[in-house]
Design a binder for this molecule. Structure first.
Ligand code: ADP
Ligand code: MG
Length: 256
């Protein structure tokens, strides 16, 4: 069974990875100002990991980037072009997102879970969608699970399906929100491995994670968020061995 690691198919397929530039993003829920001017720039093909305490606004940031919640201020640029004013569906075609709890449709098969957005959002015909979906399933090593229901798969396999579903849309950027937090410990490594392969293959990625090992090894850049802002960012070496901000130092002392 070929996987991304074995044949680097993702790169061979030539995803059109784009740069992502987030500037001055602000977002409030009522009086709760959750994002207070977030800046994050990820060059095309690079991986940024976002770390920080619970409630610091990491999930809200990812949701604002693909406009699941509209930010109050700031800008998001994809490949240098502002995407906050155009059609949000168009944006979601270009940015793939993977959630902690997979968000697969339980009553549909694995294959249908992947073909559905291809049909509905990308408007592919049934055969085209099926071919594209099977291709992605093969890539994540789950071709044999096409007819299964998500409930009959392990958490790790379900998350691979969710990743395949996002990749099938041929996104220019992938966002991961604690993609391994809901998995049993023995399943975490496989999913992180798949994400590392994707990073290696040149996808642009923003990865919210508590997996400091992953951040250290895979990220080109690590951003530490606290209270709705990026407090400090830099290469992993800088963040993990020479953090400047006291809040980051304190956070690292708790999680490392
Ligand atoms: P993190 O992902 O870093 O743990 P979140 O972005 O989930 O943080 O949450 C940041 C803050 O925004 C929290 O105070 C949370 O309660 C609040 N929040 C998140 N989503 C909503 C929502 N849909 N409605 C109201 N408040 C929310
Ligand atoms: Mg979160």
């Amino acid at each position: 069974m070929p996987t991304i690691a074995e044949n680097n198919t993702v790169a061979a397929e030539g995803y059109a990875a784009a740069s992502l530039e987030v500037t001055g993003i602000e977002l409030a829920f009522g009086t709760n100002k959750v994002l207070r001017g977030v800046d994050l720039a990820v060059p095309a093909g690079r991986t940024a990991c976002v770390i920080g305490p619970s409630g610091s606004g990491k999930s809200t940031l990812l949701r604002a980037v693909n406009r699941l919640i509209e930010p109050d201020a700031g800008d998001v640029k994809l490949g240098g072009e502002s995407v906050l004013k155009g059609n949000p569906d168009e944006l979601r075609r270009r940015i793939g997102m993977v959630f902690q709890h997979f968000n697969l449709f339980p009553h549909k098969t694995v294959l249908e879970n992947i073909t559905l957005p291809l049909r509905k959002i990308k408007k592919l015909g049934p055969e085209e969608a099926r071919t594209a979906a099977l291709e992605q399933l093969e890539l994540v090593g789950l071709s044999n699970k096409a007819p299964a229901r998500p409930g009959n798969l392990s958490g790790g396999q379900q998350q691979r399906v969710a990743i395949a579903r996002a990749l099938a849309m041929k996104p220019e950027v992938m966002l991961f929100d604690e993609a391994t937090s809901a998995l049993d410990p023995e399943l975490v490594k496989g999913v992180l491995g798949l994400m590392a392969d994707l990073a290696q293959a040149g996808m642009t990625m923003v990865v919210v994670t508590h997996e400091m090992g992953f951040a250290r090894e895979v990220a080109d850049q690590v951003a530490f968020m606290d209270h709705g802002v990026v407090v400090e960012s830099g290469v992993p070496e800088q963040i993990f061995t020479a953090a400047e901000s006291p809040r980051l130092r304190q956070f690292l002392s708790q999680v490392l």
